[in-house]
Each structure stands twice: as structure tokens, then as C-alpha cells.
Design a protein around this ligand. Structure first.
Ligand code: HEM
Length: 307
């Protein structure tokens, strides 16, 4: 039982995706009987997955023919075709952002399809950028930035997929509670308020332990890298509680054990805070840079077209 925080603060596990405010993401897969564990974890749709690899193989065959029989240069007919194909894919990849803003318009089709185009199309976009530059370092400053930011955006997209697969598993396997991210500061304040009320008339040893060791960590939510490894008692408080408990009379031990539950709840909340913050925060690595990439791509096309 978790007496420290009102029950409505926690949600049953089934509603976790909804609770975290995340709709169906690229990280969620539906289990297919007969598929390997790897495929069930990483592949949302086998058709898209195999289709992607067929297109990659086709691109590489075309590039090999180009290298054998034509000129490998961004300005050659082949090179320009790769650049144009990359731009078309870039626009298609961006349609996902528009679709998310027009979720209610059913006529636009399933947003899941847009997400597949986003993920696989984004990866193909990078391959076509490499083909466009002949798998060489770019020469000019603008083209260098275009090239580097393309790698960054696709790399951060891949990181997002890994986080969307991995963090929800950590959240559901190691933690006993469900916590809504936006409510975390309130929940921590509530724990602090209850802890302070509890220790007010407790034994001197408990009050000192609370003031010196526990109170600082109850001032607000905290992030710890150890939560990524599934750790639960990151501050090593368990041993302190055990040692103090052994010295106290039964009545005070009951108070100490209530305080311990509060501290454990706070640590679970911190684990949620750390992992959910990463789930939301990685988009900051991905989206702003993708917007800069559109602007640079616009300049690049303009300069190639008019100069
Ligand atoms: C041309 C390259 C790409 C661009 C310009 C781009 C841009 C964006 C933008 C603007 C969003 C925010 C959409 C929104 O919520 O409004 C987004 C989300 C996302 N992108 Fe990309 N992206 C690219 C490639 C990729 C790649 C290659 C992957 C994965 C391999 C990827 C994975 C994701 C994921 C997982 C999300 C969040 C989806 C969700 O859960 O709603 N992106 N991207």
C-alpha cells in the first residue's frame, strides 16, 4: 500500500501510454505470434521493414551502376537525381508533423502510415544524401552543414526509437506505480508535507535523520542516471533506515517505516521523472535541428537553381 500520495495520482498500467500523454509512437509494437522476439520488439510492420531494405538494396545497385558507367558528382544527372529524390523524401517525412497537427481530419488517412513514411523515409533520405555527395565529405560550408545536420536529425530519430522501446520497459518492469509526468511536482510536495507532519513529534534521532539526510531530497523531483540501469535505491537509504530502526523502540519504528515508504515512493517518482523526461526531452534533439535543416535545404536548392 502507498499511503503517502492520493490514489488517483497512480494509474493502472494498461493506461500508461495515455497517462504519459503519448499517443501510438514509433516505439510501440503489437506482438505477432510466430515472430522472433527481436522482430516483435523492433519491427512494427514486416511489410514496411522488408520494403525498406529492398529499396535500400535497389539504391545501392543504382549507385554501383552509376559508379561503373557514369560520373559520381552531385551536379551530374545521377547526382542531381539523388538530390531531388532526397528532397522529395524530406517533404514526405515532414508530412508526419502536419498530420499530427491535423489529427481530426480523417480524410488524410492513418497517421500510423505517416509515421512509417517518417521513420523509413527519413533513413532513406540520409542514404540518398550520401549518394548525392558520392559518399564523400562535402566541399562548401553550407553543404557541410546540410550534410552534418542530416546525419544529426536521422541519428537523433534513431535514438528516439531506441528510447521509445527501452524506457517504457524500464518504467513497467522495475516500478510498482504509474505516475503522470505533469503531476510529479505536486506529488513530491505532498510527500514532503506528509513527511514533515510525521516527523514533527517523532523521536529526536528520526527528526535529525530526516532533517540532515532526507529533507534535501524531498524538495523537488530529481533525475539520476542510475534509474536508466533499473536502480531503485539510488541514495543508498535502505541501510540507514535499517541501522536507525534497530536502535528505536517499536512505536518509533512504526513511524520510521512509514517515513521509509514515503522515501521509497519519492524514489519511484524520481525514476518516473528521469525516464519520462528523457522520453519527452529527446525530441528537443530532433525537432529544432530538423527545422534548421529545412531552412538550409531551402537555401541550398535556391542557390543551386539560381547560380
Ligand atoms: C529527414 C529526416 C527527418 C526529419 C526532418 C524529422 C523531423 C521530425 C519532426 C519535425 C518531428 C516532430 C513531429 C511532431 O510531433 O510534430 C519528428 C518526430 C519523430 N521522428 Fe523524425 N525526422 C526525420 C527523420 C527521422 C528518422 C530517420 C527517425 C527514426 C529512425 C525519426 C524518428 C522520429 C520519431 C520516433 C518521432 C516522434 C514520433 C512520435 O512519437 O510522435 N525521424 N521528426
Amino acid at each position: 500500500m502507498k499511503p503517502t500520495v492520493p490514489k488517483k495520482a497512480y494509474r493502472p498500467r494498461a493506461s500508461r501510454a495515455a497517462a504519459s500523454g503519448v499517443l501510438k509512437t514509433a516505439g510501440q509494437t503489437t506482438k505477432r505470434s510466430g515472430a522472433t522476439r527481436w522482430a516483435n520488439t523492433w519491427v512494427q510492420s514486416p511489410n514496411w521493414f522488408f520494403g525498406f531494405w529492398i529499396v535500400v538494396a535497389l539504391c545501392l545497385v543504382i549507385y554501383t551502376l552509376n559508379a561503373l558507367f557514369g560520373q559520381v558528382h552531385p551536379g551530374s544527372a545521377w547526382g542531381l537525381s539523388y538530390g531531388i529524390a532526397a528532397t522529395i523524401l524530406f517533404v514526405a517525412v515532414f508530412l508526419y508533423a502536419l498530420r499530427r497537427r491535423l489529427m481530426k481530419v480523417r480524410a488524410l488517412g492513418r497517421s500510423w502510415v505517416y509515421l512509417q513514411v517518417h521513420v523509413y523515409g527519413g533513413a532513406l533520405f540520409l542514404l540518398l544524401v550520401f549518394m548525392h555527395t558520392g559518399f564523400q565529405w562535402p566541399q562548401g560550408v553550407l553543404t557541410w552543414w546540410l550534410w552534418a545536420l542530416s546525419i544529426w536529425v536521422v541519428g537523433s530519430g534513431l535514438l528516439g526509437i531506441v528510447l521509445q522501446k527501452w524506457l517504457p520497459t524500464l518504467l513497467s518492469s522495475g516500478l510498482t506505480t504509474e505516475v503522470h509526468y505533469d503531476r510529479i511536482p505536486d506529488l513530491v510536495s505532498e510527500i514532503r508535507r506528509r513527511a514533515e507532519a510525521l516527523v514533527e513529534d517523532a523521536d529526536y534521532a528520526i527528526r535529525t535523520f530526516y532533517r540532515d539526510d532526507l529533507a534535501p531530497s524531498l524538495t523537488g523531483p530529481e533525475t539520476h542516471l542510475a534509474y536508466y540501469l533499473g536502480a531503485s535505491d539510488v541514495n543508498g537509504r535502505s541501510r540507514q533506515f535499517d541501522a536507525l530502526g534497530a536502535m528505536l523502540p517499536a512505536e518509533e519504528r512504526a513511524k520510521l517505516s512509514e517515513l521509509r515508504e514515503m522515501v521509497q515512493t519519492k524514489q519511484e517518482i524520481d525514476a518516473h521523472y528521469t525516464l519520462q523526461k528523457a522520453l519527452r526531452g529527446w525530441l528537443l534533439l530532433h525537432v529544432p535541428v530538423s527545422v534548421v535543416l529545412i531552412v538550409l535545404l531551402g537555401f541550398h536548392i535556391f542557390s543551386v537553381w539560381y547560380w
